[in-house]
Design a protein around this ligand. Sequence first.
Ligand SMILES: *Cc1c(COP(=O)(O)O)cnc(C)c1O
Length: 214
Amino acid sequence: MGIQRVLDRIQAACLRARRSPSEVRLVAVTKGHTLEEIRERVLAFGNFPLGESRIQEALPKMELLQGIEWHFIGPLQRNKARFAVSFDLIHSVDSLPLAQMLARKALQVGKIQPVLVEVNLSLELQKHGFLQQELAEAVAQMREMEGLEVRGLMTIAPYTSQPQTVRPVFAQLSSLTDDLGLKERSMGMSGDFEVAVEEGATLVRVGTALFEPD
Ligand SMILES: *Cc1c(COP(=O)(O)O)cnc(C)c1O
């Protein structure tokens, strides 16, 4: 599809939903791609935030590509927290012990770490994230942690070839985000980002579609 078509489709989805395109940011997911591909397929079109899902893969890329906003989107182990706090935004905080460790490591480097809280809205299909019934209490506790700034929620919808079927998942994430008085809603991937935008996504995490031929 390529990044230009993805951006056009985000804009069209915004128009359909009567949203301003300025409310939606594309996070270009670059896992598995070389620096050359990233420059050619993404950065040639603008200074997009880049999303990576494995610390070991991301760190060398971060060193070599400066002046970029980096987002961590993958499952995160506590023993990697000290590396994770070098990201500008962590989308995937899925437990209180992890949150605590991130808060501690952030303070050690003199930083308040912006994070999103991952929510599991599709029970049997998703392994990570807080259940809906645990969410309010978990967010309340994270808001008390010095060293963390909770900016919003993130979810991964079940994979489907029919993106319309996951619309309720995205609507639910939007309503939970509002209920908690948060701003960012990280939802939507290559297969379903248009529906996510229609349902209120502020950050869409798109990888595969950016690197396909136009
Ligand atoms: C890989 C990944 C994406 C991007 O998925 P695509 O289908 O390649 O667009 C988004 N979010 C997370 C958490 C991922 O790991």
